[in-house]
Design a binder for this molecule. Structure first.
Ligand code: GDP
Ligand code: MG
Length: 301
């Protein structure tokens, strides 16, 4: 358990260092927070991408506290508000009433869909579940091979077709196979880049329709994979995907490489989509179930 938290913390180190560094700088200079310091605090929080709503709440609480006491614990206030903001949404993976649980991973190119599919398979396998993978990125060169390599490493079979073939048809076949093999989970990796954005949205919508023909309550999870380092751009992507196809949860990747980890808070608050997993590295065990308390502790402790 300690090891898990350590990884969580290491993955968020950049965001933590920047945020804490800024707060310390402001508080050390003027322990009695004046209007100017509060403005600076607001700017520092905005820069960490936690979003306007949460930033304003923190600044307001700090303002109130500093009217009452001389030395305000800004970090503790920020930690509490962020933890509360994140805890309002369930982070666990939804499970189908009857197996298989079907999970679609989608998102734009390069965000970490294929890697996250493999990491999620690894997590589920460690939990003793049987997992089948579907290689539905038939668009990008080497995408199928990439997933097959991950399939071998994680001990999961991969259902694949030809490049350029209809991804929805592969998803349908894979679902068929998952049902007949009585797999616990079917994880579907999809393409990020198509000729146009509309094309991508249409393809995702078709994939969902086709799955529902075979299993009416599928997919049980539609997880949008977002690269944390894209910051507010990621928020816009999430909004667009959510409006067009509906997203049940998020996987936020590459938190290890960015100081923009606050984006997790902004997306969660503004779109009300729960973050279910975070990616904190390139290895197969670098996917962590999201935990609001551990996340805010890692940011501020
Ligand atoms: N540092 C880091 N790299 C990641 C993470 N997730 C994915 N990557 C890397 O991002 C690159 C793109 O990943 P890929 O899964 O192929 O993206 P896709 O195009 O969405 O399928 C690869 O080099 C991955 O190793 C993460 O959490 N941390
Ligand atoms: Mg991919």
């Amino acid at each position: 358990m300690f090891g898990l938290f350590q990884k969580f913390r290491d993955g968020l180190a950049k965001t933590h260092d920047k945020l804490i560094g800024e707060i310390k700088r402001i508080v050390t200079r003027a322990p009695r927070l004046d209007a100017e310091s509060l403005d600076e605090l607001e700017a520092a929080l905005i820069a960490s991408d936690i979003g306007v709503e949460t930033t304003l709440r923190i600044v307001e609480e700090v303002r109130k506290a500093s009217a009452e006491t001389r030395e305000v614990d800004v970090v503790a206030i920020a930690q509490r508000i962020i933890s509360e903001a994140l805890a309002s949404q369930p982070a666990t993976l939804r499970v189908a009433a009857h197996a298989p649980t079907v999970v679609v991973l989608l998102g734009v190119n390069g965000t970490g869909k294929t890697t996250s599919t493999a990491k999620l398979a690894h997590l589920l396998k460690q939990d003793g579940r049987s997992v089948l993978l579907a290689a539905c990125d038939t668009f990008r060169a080497a995408a199928i091979e990439q997933l097959k390599i991950w399939g071998e490493r994680t001990g999961c079979d991969v259902i694949a077709g030809q490049y350029g073939s209809d991804s929805a048809a592969i998803a349908f076949d894979a679902l068929d196979a998952a049902i007949s093999r009585k797999c616990d989970y079917l994880l579907i990796d999809t393409a990020g880049r198509l000729h146009t954005k509309k094309n991508l949205m249409d393809e995702m919508a078709k994939l969902q329709r086709v799955l529902r023909k075979r299993l009416p309550d599928a997919p049980h999870e539609t997880l949008l994979v977002l690269d944390a380092s894209t910051g507010m751009n990621g928020l816009n992507q999430a909004r667009e995907f959510h409006q067009t196809i509906g997203v049940s949860g998020l996987i936020v990747t590459k938190l290890d490489g960015t100081a923009k980890g606050g984006i997790v808070v902004a997306i969660n608050r503004e779109l009300k989509i729960p973050v279910k997993f975070i990616g904190v590295g390139e290895q197969v065990d670098d996917l962590q179930p999201f935990d609001a308390k551990a996340f805010s502790d890692a940011l501020f402790s």
